[in-house]
Write a protein that binds this ligand. Structure first.
Ligand SMILES: Cc1cc2nc3c(=O)[nH]c(=O)nc-3n(C[C@H](O)[C@H](O)[C@H](O)COP(=O)(O)O)c2cc1C
Length: 194
């Protein structure tokens, strides 16, 4: 089996095991980006899809992460599922999802979340909670009972992996680490010291 597919199958099995454990947010993943000065920042988002093309999340493209990705389209993702004591690290280049993909996901979101996305200028300073609530009310009135289109600034990113590492807790801190990575144009797999 090609190594990338092997890694994805392993991720898929873990993700399903985590979901089966009744975790509140098995899709929660920390995503790190870097700014123009090389300073990293990290935050949690929800993974909304994964396959051989990459790992997808949705956000505001004018947010801090969006601005950092515009300047440096690379990210690292880190999953940790506590009940499994398993960690997965994904690193790669980041590409915008297609407009059609973003529309598809947007259209499945709850209307309240769609209004919220219009109202929130994510990561910009907020004068007060009331100011946000007023914007929510204004957008709710603007769209009324009609369709709520996707704001141009709201879309998704796909982290196209060049490295995927699995970490599994084992006794005496002799954890198992398996690293899949692209080297000389092909996927390689190796163990790492814990
Ligand atoms: C469990 C959880 C899930 C989240 N999911 C998302 C998400 O899918 N997209 C998003 O933009 N922010 C999400 N957030 C909020 C982000 O952590 C963050 O506050 C926001 O995106 C702004 O980040 P930035 O200023 O670094 O761009 C989530 C937070 C938590 C704790």
């Amino acid at each position: 089996m090609p190594k990338l597919q092997e890694a994805l199958d392993r991720f898929d099995a873990l993700f399903k095991r985590a979901a089966a454990r009744g975790l509140n947010e098995p899709a929660a993943v920390t995503v790190a980006t870097v700014d123009a000065a090389g300073r990293p920042s990290a935050r949690v988002v929800l993974l909304k899809g994964y396959d051989a093309s990459g790992f997808v999340f949705y956000t505001n493209t004018l947010s801090r992460k969006g601005r950092e990705l515009a300047g440096n389209p690379r990210a690292a993702m880190c999953f940790f599922w506590d009940p499994l004591m398993e960690q997965v690290r994904v690193e790669g280049e980041v590409r915008a999802v297609t407009e059609a993909e973003a529309d598809d996901y947007w259209n499945g979101r709850h209307p309240g979340s769609r209004i919220g996305a219009w109202a929130s200028e994510q990561s910009e300073p907020l004068e007060s909670r009331e100011a946000l609530e007023a914007r929510v009310a204004a957008f709710a009135e603007r769209f009324g009972e009609g369709p709520i289109p996707r704001p141009p600034r709201w879309s998704g990113y796909r982290v196209v992996p060049n490295r995927i590492e699995f970490w599994r807790s084992l006794p005496n801190r002799l954890h198992e680490r398996t690293c899949y990575r692209i080297e000389n144009g092909g996927w390689r797999v190796s163990l790492l010291n814990p």
